[in-house]
Structure formats: C-alpha cells, structure tokens
Design a protein around this ligand. Structure first.
Ligand code: PEP
Ligand code: MN
Length: 689
C-alpha cells in the first residue's frame, strides 16, 4: 500500500488515478480470495487437530499488530479494525461452513433450497434468510402467518423456515415461542439481522400529505415513539412487511406510506422518504432457522442449545435447574418465561445455553435437569451467529509502536481436549425410566393430587361416560368416598366395532363439568394422535390403554405435551416392553408418566386376565415411575375387585384404578366388573382403614 501520510497528494490526470484505483481494487480482490483459500486450509488443519475455529486471543493479537502497522501507513485504528473485522468474520464463516459440511456428510450443500418466510420478498424474514443462506438461487415461499411458515416445513413444502424470535427493542415474539413448543421442527441455525426501519412511499410523495402508514405490528411497535414525532398519520397494521409494501405500491392518492427496510423498498420500486424511524437506532432481530432434521454442529464451532422446560410449582424448582447449569459451567444467554395454556399461573421457561448438545457437560446437565423437570423439550442445538468482533485493547489503539506476534504463545493455545470424545453407551434401552437415571421416586402432581412416592392414590369412575346424569352421580360418589381422580372413558377401545364406542368430545365435556363441580381432576383415554392436543386441553391426565401400549406414534405424541400420562401395560407385554414404551414418552420430554398393571393374558380363562402383582415390587426396583394397579380390568368380576385392590396396596402399589357404576346392570361397557355404589364405598373404607 502507498504510504500516504508522508507524501503530498500528487496531482495526476483523473483517468490515470482511476486506472490505478481500479488496478488496486482488483489486486485487493485477488488478495481477499487468496486469504479465503488460506482460511479454508486453516479449517482443514483444525479439523485434524480438533482446535476450535474461534481463537479470540489470536484475533486480538493479529488486530493489534495490524492497528500498529496501519498507524505507520497513516491509517487510523478504527478504519483498520473495521476492515479486518469484516475479513475475520468472513474467514470464520468459511471455516464454520466447511466444518459443518464435514459433520453432516449426508446433507447436500449446494442444491437449491426452498425457504419459507413470513410475507415473502421484501419482508425482514426474507432479507434475513437471504443473508443466512447466502445463495441467490434459493426459492422463497411467502406465508401469511408464522404457523404457516412452520407447517410448510413440516409438510415438506419447504426445506427451511426462517422466523423472528426476538427483537432488541420490542423483546420476545411470544407467538413464535408457543408455536415452537408445539412444532416437530428443530432449530438448526440463527441469524441476527439489523433492522433499519424507513418510511417508504411511491416516488414524489410529500411527507406532509401522508395520512396512512401500513406496518407489521412488530415494526409498528418498534417505531411507536419516534414515528408520531416525524409524521402525522394513522398506522394500519398488516400481516407482514411485504403486504405493507404492496399496499404502499398500489396507492395512487399520494397519502400512503409503509414501514420497511431500504432494500425492500428498492425491490418494490419505492423510495425512502425517511431513514431510521425506529425508536432506537440499535434495533436487531434474531431469526431462527428451522428444519425437519437436526444438523450436527461440529464441536469446533461455537454452538447454542435452546430448550423449553416446565419445573413445577415447588418453591425453588427453577433455582435448582439454574444451579445445574452453574455447576456444569454452562453460560446461559437467555431465560424467558411464558404462561402454559390451560394451566393458570404455571410457566414454561425457554432457556438458551452456550454449548453443544453432544458435549459431555451439556449432555449431563440436560440429563440432570430432566430429573428436576416435569417437561423438557430440546428445541435445537445449532451454530451460533454470534461472531462478536474481537475487541482491540484501548492501549493498543492509542499506541503506535509495533508489537511482534508471539508465535510461541499462539501455537501453544487451545490444545484439544480428547476427553470430549464420547465413551460407548452402556445405558439401558429404557434409561430415562430407570433408577440409573433417577434414584428417587418420581411424584406426579395435578391439582393438589400426588401420585407416587409415599402416596396411595385412588382413581375411580365408570368405564365409560354415558350421560350427564350418570357421570354426575359417579363424581358425587367419588367425592363423598375420598377418590382423588375421576376416570371416565370417552373414546373407547372396544373389541367389536358394533359395541358402544364412547361419547367422544361430548362425553369429555360432561366429564370435565362433573370433575369441576366435585373438585376432582379427571383422566380419560386417548386413542389417536390427532386428538391428543384437544383432549389434553380439557383433561388433567391422559390414559394410554393396554391396546395402545406399543402405538409408538401415539406415545410420541403424548410425550410432546405437558400433561401426566398413565400408561397401561399391554395385554401381552413384558415388563421390559412396558418400560420401553414409557421411555418413548419420556424421551420426548414429558417426564410425568405413571404405569398401570391391569392384568395380562395367560392360559387361565377363569378371570378376564391374570393380575401380575409381582410386577409391582419388581417395577419399583427397576423404575422411579409410579405404578398403580387396575384390578377391575384384570379380573373382570366385581366380587374379586376388593381383595385384589387390597393386595395391590399390600405389595406397595402407589394406587389403584377402580371401575364403578351407579347401575352396573345397565352399563354400556364392562358392567360385570363395575362395583355397585355400596360395594365401592365399602372398598374405599377398607383401603383407608
Ligand atoms: C380402561 O381403563 O378404560 C381400559 C379400556 O382399560 P385397558 O386399556 O386396560 O383394557
Ligand atoms: Mn373398562
């Protein structure tokens, strides 16, 4: 580079100056390209040595040396650091992309991708997606709601979705948090995009004529203090910035504007009337990139993991979780709470932690946390976009004397830790259900009722909800006799398709009202995946029936919701199969599972099934999950229910589930095993004495 400080600018013909500048620029491009090649070689080298790609000590020394060198050539420190921050950022991106492609050999890198965004071209999500994917040949699928963005990825119409999650001015975007919790997608990346809101209009619009400004609600919120000072117009909220732009474009009155970025204004042929109309100049939105499949993050790349947890209402339960992170030395970059739908005053916490889900310390911390939580969902583990520019010390900025790079110190830093490599797993196939994972008994709590530990809980009610009157009579008796949870089937798994199939959602409504009226939490069976969420909104607990114990998609579905699940042992299922079925639910994040022994098929036909009471003490050794006994379905004969219920208590069951009916003779299902009201009252008395 020319030394400009000591020389007077030469007076040369303009054409000559331009030729030299063009030449210098093309030389610079070649140098940048070569520097990129070298960065890639660094990545190859680091791949072999397992060094992390980010080495901020090295960057700091490099920048300080450059600042000193620059000073000698008359370049000020801020100019030099600005240039090199951009160059270093590019170099890190090149290295990260290379290592990521090596960690995910099966995922194609260069094919054209379809990316779903809110609003489509012109929207901030679109701009953030373009920046993130850095490829112009991608196609973009514009969607009218965040829900549709996620659905189009779930349904395979798009490969990725890009959705905003938080903004530095207006905070977390609550709707997106709720959608992510329910979605099957996983977070595979993030992008921080600086938002520069402008007031944009058709050319030749006068600011004083503007009467209406179209804006996305978030954009409007971010400008609500500043904009009224600049223009006297009403704000009309629209579903996306792209729509705001379309409406401004269509205007012929000269009175309409939109809030959008400069780039998108240009794409729509609109002009920028006012720049920087947001309340705060520093206004950045963090976008999440979601996909159907998780992407492995190379252990050398800075990584973030996002989880959602529900800790229960015990005082200090959140603090216990946070202590796990502290003890594992895992920094948290975010903790956000959201109310849980249908559970007043209960919160779901969203946590972003700095670490890779495959790193042993993170893996262990998450396992520890899963023991403390009722529900835990990993939303994704992904390479973070936080390429915080390395700061040069103020001392270096003010100093002009060159320091030499200490080569030795550079070489000795960041030696890889081979302890990071995983040891082969010796875990049980039902690890989360086992006592290896959790020594102490799990206790499930719902509306003040406890199942597990030292509690003996009675769940009782009719086999099926048949009518308003019937279920109300049952609830009344349950309440009077000290039952803890009211049961009632609404969706009935019947052997014959011609038998009574249950009243469905109508029955659930009746059960719900009866439970409310007599202050009893309710449990009901769910038979298919599509109904899980709707039933969970009304029932306090869900039951998976014996016939569905190995319906794995159903197990996964109930694993994704934050409701206790009673899992009944299958007609022909071994104890190990029962525990593996429970594991399906736990592995999805729902830790509120309890088991139910309800009799198995044997050669004996004198009773409906054979009650396997030995399963109770055995399961209590093998698992921390509560285990209750259902003598009604086990024997199928009302006379035998009481002795077996007592026996269940004697062998240590955490409770029983009993069927009774106001008039068993007229019952639409399982009449022969239903206790009559006085028999049931007698049983309750016996169990409590
Ligand atoms: C029930 O409890 O209503 C039921 C149908 O039981 P199982 O799934 O054990 O047969
Ligand atoms: Mn029944």
């Amino acid at each position: 580079m020319n030394d400009k400080t000591n020389k007077q600018p030469q007076k040369l013909p303009l054409s000559e100056i331009r030729t030299e500048i063009s030449q210098l620029d093309s030389d610079l491009l070649k140098l940048f390209a070569r520097r990129r090649e070298l960065s890639l070689s660094v990545a190859l080298n680091k791949e072999a040595t397992l060094k992390p790609i980010r080495d901020q000590e090295r960057e700091k020394e490099l920048l300080e040396l450059l600042v000193d060198k620059g000073a000698k050539s008359g370049l000020d420190a801020h100019y030099v650091t600005k240039l090199f921050h951009a160059i270093i950022e590019d170099s890190l991106a090149v290295q990260r992309d290379y290592l990521q492609s090596q960690s995910n050999p099966d995922s194609p890198t260069q094919v054209i991708k379809t990316i779903a965004v809110l609003g489509g071209k012109g929207a901030y999500s679109y701009l953030a997606a373009c920046k993130h994917f850095n490829a112009s040949q991608n196609t973009y699928l514009g969607c009218s709601t965040f829900d549709k963005v996620l659905k189009s990825v779930e349904q395979g119409k798009a490969d990725f979705g890009v959705i905003p999650i938080e903004n530095t001015t207006s905070g977390g975007i609550t709707e997106v948090y709720d959608l992510l919790l329910d979605s099957k997608l996983t977070i595979v990346g993030e992008e921080k995009y600086p938002i520069k809101h402008c007031l944009v209009t058709n050319p030749n619009t006068e600011i004083s004529n503007i009467r209406k400004i179209h804006a996305h609600p978030e954009a409007s919120r971010q400008c609500n203090k500043n904009l009224p000072k600049l223009v006297a117009a009403e704000v009309s909220l629209v579903s996306s910035t792209a729509e705001a732009l379309q409406l401004a474009k269509k205007d012929t009155s000269g009175m309409v504007a939109a809030i959008a970025s400069q780039q998108s204004a240009e794409q729509f042929g609109l002009t920028v009337l006012l720049k920087d109309v947001a309340n705060l100049r520093e206004n950045t939105t963090r976008f999440l990139v979601v996909a159907r499949e998780a992407k492995k993050v190379s252990r050398q790349v800075t990584c973030k993991t996002s989880i959602a947890i529900s800790t229960g209402q015990k005082p200090g339960s959140l603090a216990e979780v946070l202590l796990v992170f502290r003890d594992a030395n895992i920094p948290l970059s975010k903790l956000e709470s959201r109310p849980i739908a249908g559970k007043p005053w209960e919160q779901m916490f969203y946590v972003d932690l700095e670490g890779n889900i495959e790193a042993p310390n993170v893996e262990k911390a998450l396992e520890d946390i899963s023991r403390l939580c009722r529900f835990m969902k990993v939303l994704g583990s992904y390479a973070t976009e936080d390429v915080n520019a390395t700061k040069v010390s103020t001392e270096a900025l003010s100093r002009t004397k060159a320091t030499s790079l200490n080569q030795q110190s550079l070489n000795s830093k960041n030696t890889p830790k081979l302890a990071d490599l995983k040891t082969p797993s010796t875990r049980k196939s039902y690890h989360l259900a086992s006592r290896d994972h959790k020594m102490e008994d799990s206790v499930i709590e719902v509306k003040g009722v406890k199942i597990g530990g030292n509690n003996f809980t009675v769940i009782a009610g009719p086999c099926a909800v048949e009518s308003k009157q019937q279920i109300e009579q049952c609830a009344k008796l349950a309440n009077e006799t000290g039952v803890s949870v009211l049961r009632g089937g609404c969706f009935k798994p019947r052997t014959s398709p011609y038998s009574f199939q249950g009243l469905g959602f109508e029955g659930l409504n009746l059960l719900n009202n009866a439970g409310d009226h007599y202050h009893l939490p309710i449990i009901t069976e769910v038979m298919n995946t599509e109904d899980v969420r709707e039933i969970a909104e009304q029932a306090d607990m869900l039951q998976i029936g014996a016939r569905n114990m190995q319906n794995f998609s159903l197990l996964k579905s109930v694993g994704q919701i934050n409701r206790p699940v009673m899992l009944k042992r299958g007609l022909m299922a071994s104890i190990e199969e029962l525990l593996n079925a429970a594991e399906y639910i736990l592995a999805q994040g729902n830790m509120q599972v309890f088991l139910c022994e309800r009799g198995i098929r044997t050669f004996e036909t004198a009773t409906r099934n054979t009650l396997d009471l030995s399963a109770v003490p055995l399961l209590k050794q093998m698992t921390h999950l509560p285990i209750i006994v259902d003598p009604s379905h086990a024997v199928g004969k009302r006379e035998l229910v009481e002795p077996l219920a007592k026996a269940a208590k004697a062998v240590g069951a955490h409770g029983v589930m009993i069927e009774f009916h106001p008039d068993p003779e007229s019952a639409l299902s399982d009449g022969p095993q239903a206790l009559k009201p006085d028999q049931f009252a007698h049983l309750m008395h016996e169990l409590h004495s």
